[in-house]
Design a protein around this ligand. Structure first.
Ligand SMILES: [Zn+2]
Length: 268
């Protein structure tokens, strides 16, 4: 699943292609061609957590969420729907095509289902201002204290933006075992973990690539391209202690989680 930095970068790339331009063609998976909105102006492209929203005219929004396999591609020419097309927004200059998106729905801005979907999204860690105290309160209010951190960090209703990569990176950098129960983590430590996730997401948006090692330890020497602490580093030596990094399927969705069994011993 793309992380928040990917969606924010994508929104930034799509703004010059779409915003202020008239729609020449709109095709959406759940309703096909939408001729009624041809000629309407795209007024905004924005990321809200991992949701990507395209504002069309005064009243409509194309609500998309890429999910795991979803992709977005810009093309300078015409685009036509195929079996995996989720949406097409074409202007006179080109088209933006969503494929295999988990969500691609055209709705009115005041549509209750759309409003509810966005209300379920917690504070976006990439927003200019984030109340991390509120994020910690949301975490504790979201479930009983036995919930493991690996699930807490991925819960987009607590804070939006952290995906599978940053989940592993943040937990390693904070020395927290992914299976550690929420209640056993000091609120200050949890707040620090979200602050670090925010810094990692911001670096990803700012630089166009992820370098979590630099975020935590800017002076560290490493090989070019060697930019993550643990993610996708199974069996390679931990950058802190040398122990072999392991990948374990953890959490409610059994997503792959990378960790150092020494640096992230569950000590609680
Ligand atoms: Zn280690």
């Amino acid at each position: 699943m793309p992380e928040g930095d990917t969606i924010h970068r994508l929104a930034r790339r799509l703004v010059p292609a779409l915003v202020g331009r008239p729609i020449a063609r709109l095709w959406v998976r759940d309703r096909g061609e939408v001729p009624a909105l041809c000629g309407a102006t795209v007024i905004a492209v924005e990321a809200v957590g991992k949701h990507l929203l395209v504002g069309i005219g005064d009243a409509h929004v194309l609500h998309t969420h890429l999910g795991m396999p979803g992709r977005v591609r810009r093309t300078g020419g015409a685009a036509f729907p195929t079996w995996d097309t989720s949406a097409i927004v074409a202007t006179p200059e080109g088209a933006v095509v969503w494929r295999s998106a988990r969500t691609a729905v055209l709705c009115r801005r005041d549509d209750p289902a759309f409003v509810r979907a966005l209300q379920r999204v917690g504070p976006d860690l990439l927003a200019p201002e984030v109340d991390l105290g509120d994020v910690v309160r949301r975490a504790h209010a979201s479930s009983d204290g036995a919930r493991p951190l690996v699930d807490v960090l991925l819960d987009q209703s607590i804070a939006a933006g952290i995906g599978n990569v940053f989940k592993s990176e943040v937990l390693f950098a904070c020395g927290l075992a992914p299976t550690r129960a929420l209640a056993s983590v000091d609120p200050t430590q949890l707040r620090d973990a979200y602050a670090l996730a925010r810094a990692m997401l911001q670096q990803g948006v700012r630089d166009g690539h992820r370098d979590t090692v630099h975020v935590v330890d800017p002076g560290r020497l490493r090989a070019p391209g060697d930019q993550l602490w643990v993610y996708d580093r199974s069996r390679l030596p931990c950058r802190r202690c040398g122990a072999a990094i392991v990948r374990v399927a953890l959490g409610v969705d059994r997503r792959g989680t990378y960790l150092c069994p020494v640096c992230q011993r569950d000590v609680a």
